[in-house]
Design a protein around this ligand. Structure first.
Ligand code: TYD
Length: 138
């Protein structure tokens, strides 16, 4: 899987604003380039804790800081990139075959994830050395 960190881009989302606040709408294949099959969110993350620490084989994701901020470290086995997410109207698209770590969560941060597939533990690579080995073979 020859994906690189440079395939993981920030997608601007829409924002409808009025005096009562904002609404952002995400629709599969409209403003995110895959059908959304699953949504999950991370919250109540204790200070100093990291999440992620894995790659996916097929899964595509859009990661949004629905509240607060955090950093996403992306790694394709050769290049690394750190993206700060801190706005609910921007999402980071993460393509398959990218190691990711989520870190430096602000207090009360909510990490919203829109995923292209259902949960499948077989789609995870959780060992970094295996991930790198796999990336160098492709
Ligand atoms: P994991 O994806 O490892 O979390 P993170 O990358 O945020 O650190 O998932 C944590 C646990 O939750 C793990 O036991 C698998 C389980 N899980 C599900 O059962 N279904 C899901 O959709 C997700 C995302 C996780």
């Amino acid at each position: 899987m020859k994906t690189s960190v440079y395939d993981c881009v920030i997608l601007p989302l829409n924002k409808i604003h009025n005096r009562a606040g904002n609404i952002t709408i995400v629709e599969g294949r409209e403003n995110v380039p895959f059908d959304v099959k699953r949504i999950y969110y991370l919250y109540d993350i204790p200070g100093g804790e990291d999440r992620g620490g894995h790659a996916h084989k097929e899964l595509r994701q859009l990661i949004v800081a629905a509240s607060g901020s955090f950093n996403v470290l992306l790694d394709d086995g050769q290049n690394k990139k750190i993206v700060t997410l801190n706005r609910p109207d921007y999402g980071l698209m993460v393509v398959p075959g990218i190691w990711r770590e989520l870190m430096e969560f602000s207090s009360g941060a909510i990490c919203l994830v829109l995923a292209s597939e259902g949960y499948d533990e077989n789609d995870y690579e959780r060992k970094y050395d295996e991930f790198v080995k796999f990336k160098t073979l492709v």
